[in-house]
Design a protein around this ligand. Structure first.
Ligand code: PEP
Ligand code: MN
Length: 361
């Protein structure tokens, strides 16, 4: 890695660069008599794999007196899109996210009743969803609110999964439940409230299942990517980022769907990015419009809360949409994805021909 130091760098700041280099195991060379260019070479004698480790460049960049890292491409964080890096495509059951593939995850907010879960699953499956969502462990603002059915909910999801072609996306809240959730889930969800639960992220870095990481509602994009880095650094390369709305000053919507962040992330990272318009809107009448906005900003998929009887559910009923609205969202997504030369995975009805068509994966 090549550093350019500021011409105004003070001796103590220069010493801090030297000290960090030596503590991280880098040899340091001032180039060609120029004091401002410093070449750092990883040394293998310190017991680490030769080669720069992810995150090292950022530590040097943070030091006062360092003007720039001139060859960041050599040492980038794992989420970064390099010039040589193709999109990561994350596949699960019949879904694929990224690299031109768009998929839809749909279902109730929480698993509440098995018969109803199976009913919703069959309905969204017939309309083009490839993954079923539903929380067995629910993060609730009040400890007295419905917390989810836990293990019984996981078992319901597992049976519904077996009865349909859908894979399952469900949330894990506690590192102690990772094994049980990963045994049932095709994709393990980290909710917005757990985005910075680093002990949980470290556990999920070790599992052999894709992870859907939601952005915290108060998290910057850089903090969001830092959380993704925990998963990647742990060895789990199947990470799907999910923008679900951030908190702002207006309460006309529950959150603000940050479409700028979606567009930015599609450029900045090779990881797939999806939009979850349900908690962003917080009201069912705006979900379709936000879903369209998410896809047009470049999202590689959608997560949508769907329920045929929203008045009867324990959590997030006001943002759940009905089946007709879901149908419209699938048709929108199919059309918008095609506009960009992308394709929607799963069975979608071809509205023009009125026939079912299986889109390519
Ligand atoms: C959910 O998916 O039901 C959920 C709790 O979402 P979020 O973590 O985005 O609030
Ligand atoms: Mn919800």
């Amino acid at each position: 890695m090549l550093l350019r130091l500021q011409s105004s760098i003070r001796p103590a700041e220069r010493q801090a660069v030297d000290a960090l280099a030596s503590s991280l195991g880098y040899g340091l060379e001032r180039l060609g008599g120029r004091d401002d260019l410093v070449l750092l070479t990883p040394l293998d004698s310190v017991g680490v794999t030769p080669g720069e480790r992810a995150g090292d460049a950022a530590r040097f960049a943070d030091l006062t007196g360092v003007a720039a890292i001139l060859d960041r491409g050599v040492s980038r964080e794992l989420w970064q899109r390099g010039p040589d890096r193709a999109d990561t495509v994350v596949r699960a059951a019949g879904a694929a996210f990224g690299g031109g593939y768009v998929s839809i995850i749909a279902g109730p907010c929480a698993v509440e009743d098995e018969e109803r879960l199976l009913g919703v699953a069959r309905q969204v499956e017939a309309r083009g969803a490839t993954l079923l969502r539903g929380g067995a462990f629910k993060p609730r603002t009040s400890p007295y609110s419905f917390q989810g059915l836990g293990q019984a909910g996981l078992e319901m999801l597992s049976r519904v999964r077996d009865a349909t072609s859908l894979g399952v996306v469900t949330e894990v809240l506690d590192p102690r439940d990772v094994e049980a959730v990963a045994a049932v889930a095709d994709v393990v969800q980290v909710g917005a409230r757990s985005m910075a639960a680093y002990a949980l992220l470290k556990e999920l870095g070790q599992i052999d299942k894709p992870v859907l990481l939601k952005r915290g509602f108060g998290a910057t994009v850089s903090e969001f990517l830092g959380a993704a880095e925990y998963l990647l650094a742990g060895g789990n390369e199947r990470v799907i980022l999910c923008e679900r709305g951030i908190r702002s000053f207006d309460n006309v919507t529950r959150n603000v769907l940050d479409v700028g962040a979606i567009a930015h992330l599609r450029r900045a990272t090779h990881l797939p990015v999806i939009a979850d318009p349900s908690p962003a809107a917080g009201r069912s009448d705006l979900v379709r419009a936000l879903a369209r906005a998410g896809i047009m900003a470049g999202a590689d998929g959608l997560m949508i809360e769907v329920h045929p009887a929203p008045a009867e559910v324990h959590s997030d009923g006001q943002q759940a949409i009905g089946l007709d609205e879901f149908d419209a969202i699938v048709r929108d997504t199919d059309a918008l994805a095609r506009m960009d030369g992308r394709s929607l995975c799963g069975l979608t009805r071809d509205v023009d021909r009125g026939a079912a068509a299986l889109h390519p994966r």
